[in-house]
Ligand binder design. Structure first.
Ligand SMILES: Nc1ncnc2c1ncn2[C@@H]1O[C@H](COP(=O)(O)OP(=O)(O)OP(=O)(O)O)[C@@H](O)[C@H]1O
Ligand SMILES: [Mg+2]
Length: 237
């Protein structure tokens, strides 16, 4: 295949029952790129991620990851292709311990250096291995969700509002982690409400409205001319 993208969504449609949410959605990501998706509440950002992960059926169009058609792959196998998913509201298992949550997706044993690296990055988790996931603070749960992805050695991590409802000090920690992950060559697809965070972490910004992409520009060009982006979001940058 020529011009194969790392992640590619082509004219995707998806719905909940008869309610269409994604309508002709197309975008792509290059290997190692960090891309942010902004957009008002309810435009279909979370639905986009669920459809990539196969949790919602793609009714029309196609989604490719490294040339593989995700529509033809069972949802439980998609993470093992190298896509880590940090869902909105974290998606950890409250009744399992931190340790059980962490190693849930790992087949066999995770490489020792990787486990050491993850514990070094997230010392708060190492200190709380036996604590139940549901008793962690919101920010700690978010870190647990990110750490769990890292242990699966992903090539791409998709994060759905990872700093939503989290106190500023932990927000800074999570942002720094996301930057660090991207600097290791792992691609990032980030849903974000905070425009500053998105511009800080991503080199390209997309805006969604009514189930499709209505704006796509590099962070560099947005910083030179913020009006084009702010027009889509009803905000000042
Ligand atoms: N399980 C569901 N059943 C029916 N409708 C749903 C379901 N989940 C989401 N929707 C609807 O689909 C639309 C898109 O929802 P989605 O969660 O993708 O929005 P979003 O852009 O992530 O919003 P937010 O910024 O509030 O997280 C909304 O109108 C929502 O009410
Ligand atoms: Mg959402």
């Amino acid at each position: 295949m020529t011009n194969q993208h790392f992640l590619e969504l082509n004219n995707v449609y998806a719905s909940y029952g008869r309610v269409n949410v994604l309508q002709d959605l197309s975008f792509n990501l290059a290997r190692g790129e960090a891309v942010g998706i902004l957009g008002r509440n309810g435009v279909g950002k979370t639905t986009t991620l669920k459809t990539i992960m196969g949790l919602l059926t793609c009714n029309q169009g196609s989604i490719f990851f490294e040339g593989k058609n995700l529509n033809t792959i069972a949802p439980h196998k998609i993470p093992h292709l190298g896509i880590g998913y940090v869902p909105q509201g974290r998606g950890i298992f409250p009744a399992l311990s931190v340790k059980e949550n962490l190693f849930l997706g790992v087949k066999g044993n995770a490489p020792e250096e990787l486990v050491a690296y993850v514990f070094e990055r997230f010392p708060r988790l190492r200190e709380r291995l036996e604590q139940l996931g549901g008793t962690l603070s919101g920010g700690e749960q978010q870190m647990l969700s990110i750490a769990r992805c890292l242990l699966m050695e992903p090539k791409l991590i998709i994060l759905d509002e990872p700093t939503e409802g989290i106190m500023p000090k932990l927000v800074a920690e999570i942002r720094a982690e996301i930057k660090k992950i991207n600097s290791k060559g792992i691609g990032i697809l980030l849903i974000e409400q905070n425009v500053k965070t998105a511009l800080d972490l991503c080199s390209r910004i997309l805006v969604m409205d009514k189930g499709k992409i209505v704006f796509d520009a590099s962070t560099e060009s947005i910083l030179k001319d913020p009006k084009a982006l702010s027009k889509h979001l009803d905000i000042k940058i």
